[in-house]
Design a binder for this molecule. Structure first.
Ligand SMILES: [Zn+2]
Length: 291
């Protein structure tokens, strides 16, 4: 699979608005394969990863964020981690979920709308920075528009799109965020509002225009400046050593039970579904370390 996924960060309307646009089709497909996601689950996770990647691009070096959404719907909790390097990983509590309506995949029935969005930022300060908002509609684009406006005091427009084929393959996934900067004027709002109909069908835009910059041209004509182009990918930083440290924190009797009953242990990473196996000897090593 060659990677066509990337993100553009730009300024537009005489530098009075900031724009993020991402195509993360391959990222969504990677997640779909790793987690065996059914179509509407792939749509919800793919779109949440698009948001995560764009919010990751808002961070400064080394910072990271986690988005946790629980709408009390059939998919359960959706979790996405992203950073400013264009790396993202994510999973859903349940993967075999698929709802459609007359418009196509039904994100709202999949996710539910009775719950919360948590955004947890690791800004390398003493504490993590968490903001929580009640889920408004279950439509991720609308809910994150609300999140940016209320939680981050940044009036924003957010559009997301995903299309999944009958064989579950993600055909396209991505999104766009336009944010008003403090120097924005009334005309900018009017201008952006005049483009909302065009922006609404994000999956069509992403299918029609292979080059994300063509979408910027379509929306802002020549009135934009690209600040950054960045490749994006699904990446999990888990490792055998990492999970061994996790096992080391378990009560002694639990480790002994794994040794006696199972003759070892297997740990599955939630984020990337990788499996790590630990031998009896490796577990015994943990017990020895404690003495
Ligand atoms: Zn992993």
């Amino acid at each position: 699979m060659d990677n066509n996924d990337y993100l553009i960060k730009a300024l537009a309307l005489n530098e009075r608005v900031r724009v993020y646009i991402v195509r993360n089709t391959d990222v969504a497909n990677t997640a779909r394969i790793k987690h065996d996601l059914w179509p509407s689950a792939a749509s919800v996770l793919g779109k949440t990863m698009a948001i995560g990647l764009m919010m990751g691009a808002m961070l400064k070096g080394d910072e990271a964020l986690t988005i946790k959404i629980d709408g009390n719907g059939p998919i359960g909790t959706v979790v996405v981690d992203a950073n400013d390097l264009g790396e993202v990983r994510g999973y859903t509590e349940r993967s075999h979920v698929n709802f459609t309506n007359k418009f196509g995949l039904d994100d709202v029935s999949t996710l539910g709308y009775n719950g919360y969005i948590d955004v947890i930022k690791d800004l390398h300060l003493k504490d993590l920075f968490t903001s929580t908002i009640p889920l408004q509609t279950g439509d991720l684009a609308k809910d994150f528009t609300y999140y940016f406006t209320v939680s981050e005091q940044t009036p924003s427009v957010c559009s997301l799109g995903a299309k999944v084929d009958t064989d579950n393959k993600v055909l396209v996934c991505g999104g766009l965020i336009i944010q008003l900067l403090p120097n924005a004027i009334e005309d900018d709002i009017v201008y952006i509002e005049s483009k909302l109909d065009l922006l609404k069908n994000m999956s069509k835009l992403l299918l029609d225009y292979k080059d994300l910059e063509d979408i910027l041209k379509l929306v802002f004509d020549k009135d934009y400046i690209v600040l950054q182009k960045q490749d994006v990918c699904f990446k999990c930083n888990c490792s055998k050593e990492h999970f061994l440290e996790g096992l080391a924190t378990l009560p002694k009797k639990d480790i002994e039970e794994m040794i006696e009953k199972d003759g070892g242990a297997e740990v599955v990473c939630h984020y990337c579904a990788n499996r790590y196996n630990y031998t009896k000897e490796e577990l015994e090593g943990l017990l020895k370390r404690r003495q």
